[in-house]
Design a binder for this molecule. Sequence first.
Ligand code: UDP
Length: 238
Amino acid sequence: MTIGFDSLTMEEAVSQAMAHIENRTRCRVVTPNAEFALEAKKNPRFLRILRQSQLVLADGISVVYAAKIVGNPLYGRVTGVGFAQALAAALAAKGGSLYLLGAKPGVAQRAGENLKKTYPGLRIVGCHDGYFQDAGSVVQAINNAVPDALLVCLGAPKQEYFMEDYDNVLRVPVMAGLGGSMDVLAGNVRRAPVFFQKAGLEWFYRLIKEPQRWRRMIKLPVYLWDALIWRVTKGKQT
Ligand code: UDP
């Protein structure tokens, strides 16, 4: 069973999300990488949520490579952070609003301040950290703020479960599960320099900066190996 990535440019992804905001229809955005794909193989609920999302963006370079390997290439990489920034820009142009959920206390507020500075006109209508006990009251606060879009940065699969659990209750057109993006938007974690990003080596930069992540990153080659085996034995699988 495949995840079913969307082959889109960043502009196309954002314009689809903006169309959902205009029409007030639901758009759940997920940003799978190699780690997600391996988790989805053994976690049917997670796989189902990813498959049923309206926008499935190829966040990791390994996904782009895997798609090439299986002969089903994607347009390119659409990172979660990049999507958040491009969506913020599009919202700002229309006086739209964002609610920021996730990361440690204070981080979402800082991310909100940075976004407002970078994209004047953007309205940040609420923030909440990602370490809450009472999800019901968080959902209520989000609904009371009436945002156009919600960034859910709780790590996977927690953020995908949250988006599904409250799918019927949340009155927000666009909700996007964006993992560690809040820390980047807040300026706590730096993205790799453009050279690394362009060379497809952002993972390598992150490994140098956060060597404790090696256990998670080992999943990258495992996933590519998986894709290779799939091509040899079973056909397309992205
Ligand atoms: N996080 C959270 N609540 C939790 C667990 C994690 O808000 O219960 C946050 C954590 O502080 C971090 C993000 O979720 O900001 C996950 O980051 P990670 O680097 O694991 O995500 P990735 O981008 O690698 O998926």
